[in-house]
Design a protein around this ligand. Structure first.
Ligand SMILES: CC(C)(COP(=O)(O)OP(=O)(O)OC[C@H]1O[C@@H](n2cnc3c(N)ncnc32)[C@H](O)[C@@H]1OP(=O)(O)O)[C@@H](O)C(=O)NCCC(=O)NCCS
Length: 419
């Protein structure tokens, strides 16, 4: 049964393609469509089993051109939503749908197919939150998503780096054999996960990441930190020679995936990475903005920041449930107004405070789109900053300071999982 029919008005634009959840036997074609849109060749028989496992039944939607979605129509778009949970301020783990593999066949783009798929996926959401990574920043705001976590690239001049005397030694850091990594790191991830923005990794994640990293040509190794209560941190890395044979040639240790549950684990892992011999530079992409790496060194200039980028985008799909799930700081209460054309049931007024978060009868003191409230949800930005841009409209100026206190999350949210 198709969910949307050709020509249906959604209220936010015209839906021009029929969509439905795909059967398992259609998954390989859907994956190849996605790969083609990213200019990648069709999946090889050798790689297919690992990818097949990541296409969970009932998680993949297709869009069809022609009449309906049956025989005679052609698959022109794909979208996948994987069930997970995300840590929110206050430490609750809240159900989230991770949106990925969103693509429209070349030759069919910019004609409403992507909108049909995204609309169908959001309207059938069963979790209060949806999350994704954006290939381009202009795509997702119109669907109510906003940047919710950000990250920075770190570059450490390893030859000049000297650790300060005060840096903890860590408990016990070890280098597992290559064959042990796949079993150990998912355990270490669960033992180290905790900050707002981190998500549970699907069972297939480790095998898919390993396959991706191997096809990128690196020899991947890891350090694991073991604390008093077991594995509580890890750093996955690869060492590459870059810059050709000329004077710019150098050996770079790339940190690919790193999480820690305690300060001891974090310091111990950085010590081990810095101790790897025959390395000129350490590059760590997509690290938390507030990771205090500069403060490890006697000379903070050995560590510099490369690009700062958005990491994940979030959308509140059930605003009331999402607000009830996170902790709000301070003592005040604010009534917020939410506008959501795509999911109209979210539109309305909500009372937000440390004790209450839910429906409110009175008029809003601050109002904005669901995208604006989604940006604030994990704490990546303050209400007063969004008010300055006009993304939030302040009807009662006294409420803005209270909103800043309420939405304060204590630290930068960060995900660190690449789906
Ligand atoms: C991104 C993609 C899925 C969008 O699908 P689509 O069918 O082209 O999108 P639609 O025609 O439904 O467009 C809906 C709106 O998004 C806009 N849009 C589409 N792609 C965009 C892009 N790359 N950047 C900015 N806006 C974009 C359209 O202009 C349209 O705007 P409107 O609301 O003002 O009318 C498709 O272009 C694609 O497959 N791109 C390559 C793969 C990719 O980047 N996937 C995303 C991975 S995160």
């Amino acid at each position: 049964m198709s969910e949307t029919e050709k020509g249906t008005e959604t209220g936010t634009g015209t839906v021009r393609a029929a969509t439905r959840v795909l059967e398992v036997h259609e998954h390989r074609a859907a994956l190849d469509l996605f790969r083609d849109s990213l200019h990648m060749p069709p999946v090889s028989d050798a790689d297919w089993p690992v990818l097949e496992a990541s296409l969970e039944p009932a998680s993949v939607r297709g869009a069809f051109s022609g009449s309906g979605s049956g025989s005679g129509s052609r698959l022109v778009g794909v979208h996948q939503a994987t069930a997970s949970d995300v840590v929110v301020p206050g430490d609750a783990r809240v159900a989230v749908e991770l949106h990925h593999r969103f693509a429209v066949r070349n030759g069919h783009t910019r004609s409403g197919v992507g909108r049909s798929l995204m609309t169908a996926a959001l309207r059938s959401a069963t979790a209060p939150l949806a999350m994704l990574r954006a290939s381009e920043g202009g795509i997702y705001g119109r669907y109510g998503f906003a940047v919710a976590t950000r990250c920075r690239e770190l570059v450490v001049d390893r030859r000049r780096a000297r650790l300060s005397e005060h840096v903890p030694a860590g408990h016990h850091t070890y280098a597992p054999a290559a064959g042990e990594i796949a079993a150990l790191l998912p355990v270490a991830y669960e033992g180290s996960r905790g900050g707002a923005g981190t998500v549970s990794r699907p069972g297939w994640y480790e095998a898919l990441l390993t396959q991706d990293l191997e096809s990128a040509g690196g020899f991947v190794r890891a350090f694991v930190h073991s604390g008093p209560e077991g594995e509580d941190g890890f750093a996955r890395y690869a060492v590459r020679r870059v810059g050709g044979d000329g004077p710019a040639a150098r050996t770079v240790l790339e940190v690919l995936d790193m999480h820690h549950g305690t300060p001891q684990a974090w310091a111990g892992l950085w010590r081990s990475l810095l101790d790897v011999e025959l390395v000129d530079e350490i590059r760590a992409r997509q690290r938390p903005l507030d990771e205090p790496v500069e403060w490890l060194f006697t000379d903070p200039h050995v560590c510099r920041t490369g690009a700062v980028d958005d990491e994940t985008w979030l959308r509140l799909t059930d605003v009331g449930a999402a607000l009830r799930a996170r902790r709000f700081e301070g003592a005040g209460t604010v009534v917020i107004g939410v506008e959501d054309a795509l999911l109209p049931a979210n539109s309305g007024h909500y009372r937000v405070g440390p004790e209450t978060a839910g429906g409110a009868g009175s008029g809003p003191q601050i109002s904005g789109s669901v995208a604006a409230w989604s940006a604030l949800y994990l704490g990546a930005v303050r209400p007063s900053a969004l008010a300055a841009t006009g993304a939030l409209r302040v009807h009662d100026p006294r409420a803005l300071k209270t909103a800043d206190e309420l939405f304060w999350a204590g630290r930068e949210p960060w995900c660190g999982t690449y789906i």
